[in-house]
Design a protein around this ligand. Structure first.
Ligand SMILES: [Zn+2]
Length: 136
């Protein structure tokens, strides 16, 4: 048992020595790296200025892309509308009879009361959005 214990103690010391050597090596490496720090200092300082710049650029690109996506979505919507319209036939708007303008009930009343005023009491037809054409 004594021998085993002694052996173990020796191994323990060897392991300790081994780690101590490794630690010294690592410390040496870190110290050498620290000596090289002035070389990296400029790189680090450059990064400090580059990172906000790049971040700003990415923000700009992102908002530009978002705008482009919105534009494309709008375009797709318009194209879809046009395709839908291509499959439909135009009819003369029954509300304004193709004029694009109608008289409101109030305006009709006023018109009847002041037939000779010559005022334009019409407003854009809501049914055809003033185009005089509806699609069916
Ligand atoms: Zn109309």
């Amino acid at each position: 048992m004594e021998t085993e214990k002694g052996k173990f103690k020796m191994n323990e010391n060897e392991i300790f020595k081994k780690y101590q050597l490794e630690m010294n090596e690592r410390i040496g490496f870190i110290e050498r790296e620290l000596e090289n720090y002035p070389e990296h200092k400029t790189d680090i300082e450059d990064l400090r200025t580059d990172v906000p710049y790049i971040s700003q650029r990415l923000d700009n690109i992102e908002s530009h892309l978002n705008k482009k996506c919105d534009d494309l979505e709008e375009l797709i919507y318009e194209i879809k509308e046009k395709i839908r319209d291509c499959n439909r036939k135009p009819y003369k708007c029954p509300v304004c009879n193709g004029n694009g303008n109608v008289l409101s009930e109030g305006a009709k009343l006023a018109f009847n009361q002041y037939m000779t005023t010559g005022l334009d009491l019409s407003h854009k037809c809501l049914s055809c959005d003033g185009k005089g054409i509806v699609w069916g």
